[in-house]
Design a protein around this ligand. Structure first.
Ligand code: SAH
Ligand code: SF4
Ligand code: F3S
Length: 440
């Protein structure tokens, strides 16, 4: 039997796509290998969001090259956003690569592998959803659901619109059927994926159109799905109906990841985010009004071209005022063929690093403060397995998407109640309630 190995970089959409690649390969009769050395087919699912992502991947590719030089019959494949962004150049720069394909062409890998001649091939159209391919899920009780692909935004720093194409939604009846099937297979938690989930449905024909809030309602009605999450929404499309859904739908979790990018309206404008600082804060206020306990997380970029000290201080101040439960913070990285890479006044690296450190300090301090609200409370936790730091304890996630490390007896995939006794900026710690267990 032939064996494959997939190394995945990048975001949750790539993790999802890799599950589909694996599912498709297994349906072709391949089995998963534990390491690249043991694989007949060495695959990479790549990311190109920042320069660091490119560097990490090209270092890995060097390893595959060494394997291929010893075993020329092995096949090296490169898929995902980096492959898409450099297209056929892949073969010129890395001649040992046999097949390259973009995120919209994962299904073509099967065609390539079953063809008679295995000469180098590249596939870069935008067509089809990886969500239509069979999946090999990492966990039985959690699943990704791809609700749309692509992005119609034009954020001036971002490479994704060129690597994933225009936004295309999957019809809601198809998604409901998929969620029903997942529930019947024992899935308890689904995470809806899209580059801009809350613009979902706008491209669908009128008679098949659901808004994102309607889709959430349809999925919430499916019995067996106890938790629904989604990532990422765009602040410009964050409508009241979606926020209200968090208060009304029992399975929709109390967590919203609302990417800010910058707290300065003039930077936001040059980023082409199409909202201002004030409008963003309005959305936050609306969330806090309808769902007071909702966890809020975000993405922030420092050192965007032309960002002044005063602009940056507005970001710091906003992060302090909102008090995020967590934030991903990034140094701006110029990307090929993006507008921002050509803007004047690129910020020197030392300034970017210094701003990042100051921002991380505020983010962590506020996340720590926010997490203290959980101490003394009993939270529903979906058990994921042993704790990473202390294998005698368990690890799981609360509805707020907080990692909880605790002493208890729950099995992976089980919901338990945990009494929280302490909290850091990143994780909560506690003990499973014995009384709750006895009552079940
Ligand atoms: N579609 C999602 C995810 C985009 S990528 C969204 O819009 O939220 C995830 C994050 O990477 C972005 O939110 C942004 O903060 C960051 N990012 C994207 N391009 C970047 C760049 N060129 N430099 C630094 N960070 C970037
Ligand atoms: Fe990139 Fe903006 Fe689209 Fe997100 S919304 S993927 S940041 S272009
Ligand atoms: Fe994701 Fe990276 Fe592509 S963040 S969408 S894999 S560029």
């Amino acid at each position: 039997m032939k064996r494959y190995h997939v190394t995945t970089f990048g975001c949750q959409m790539n993790e999802h796509d890799s599950e589909r690649m694996k599912g498709m390969l297994e349906s072709l009769g391949y089995a998963e290998a534990d390491s690249q050395e043991q694989a007949d087919l060495i695959l990479f699912n790549t990311c190109s969001i920042r320069e660091k992502a490119d560097d990490r991947f090209t270092a890995h590719l060097g390893h595959a090259k060494r394997i291929k030089s010893q075993h020329p019959e092995r096949i090296v494949g490169v898929g995902g956003c980096w492959a898409q962004s450099v297209k056929e150049e892949v073969f010129a720069r890395f001649p040992f690569v046999d097949v390259a394909f973009g995120p919209g062409q994962v299904h073509k890998l099967a065609e390539f592998l079953t063809a008679d001649s295995l000469s180098a091939q590249g596939y870069f159209e935008f067509e089809g959803f990886t969500g239509h391919l069979p999946a090999k899920r990492a966990r039985d009780y959690q699943a990704w659901m791809q609700i749309s692909v692509g992005c119609n935004c034009v954020c001036s720093y971002c490479i994704v619109p060129s690597t994933r194409g225009r936004e295309v939604s999957r019809p809601s009846h198809e998604l409901v059927a998929e969620a029903r099937r997942l529930a019947s297979e024992g899935v308890r938690e689904i995470t809806l994926l899209g580059q801009n989930v809350n613009s979902y449905g706008r491209d669908l024909p009128r008679d098949a159109r659901s808004s994102f809030a309607e889709l959430l309602g349809q999925l919430d009605a499916i019995s067996g799905i106890d938790r629904i999450r989604y990532t990422s929404p765009h602040p410009k499309d964050m409508r009241e109906d979606v926020i209200r859904a968090h208060a009304q739908l029992p399975s929709l979790c109390e967590h919203i990841h609302l990417p800010l990018q910058s707290g300065s309206s003039s930077v936001l404008k040059r980023m082409r985010r199409t909202y201002t600082r004030e409008r963003y804060l309005d959305r936050v206020a609306m969330i806090r009004e309808h769902v007071p306990d909702c966890a809020l997380t975000t993405d922030i970029i420092v050192g965007f071209p032309g960002e002044t000290e005063a602009d940056f201080e507005q970001t710091l101040e906003l992060a302090d005022a909102v008090g995020y439960d967590g934030a991903f913070t990034f140094i701006y990285s110029p990307r090929r063929a993006t507008e921002a890479a050509t803007l004047p006044d690129q910020v020197p690296h030392e300034v970017k690093v210094e701003r990042l450190e100051r921002l991380v300090e505020v983010v962590q301090r506020r996340a720590f403060d926010r997490a203290q609200r959980f101490v003394g409370r009993a939270l529903e936790v979906l058990v994921e397995g042993p704790s990473r730091t202390d294998p005698s304890r368990l690890r799981g996630r609360s509805r707020h998407n907080k990692v909880v490390n605790f002493a208890g007896l729950g099995e992976p995939g089980e919901f338990v109640e945990v009494e929280i006794s302490s909290a850091t900026s990143q994780t909560l710690s506690g003990q499973e309630s014995i009384f709750a267990r006895a009552a079940r």
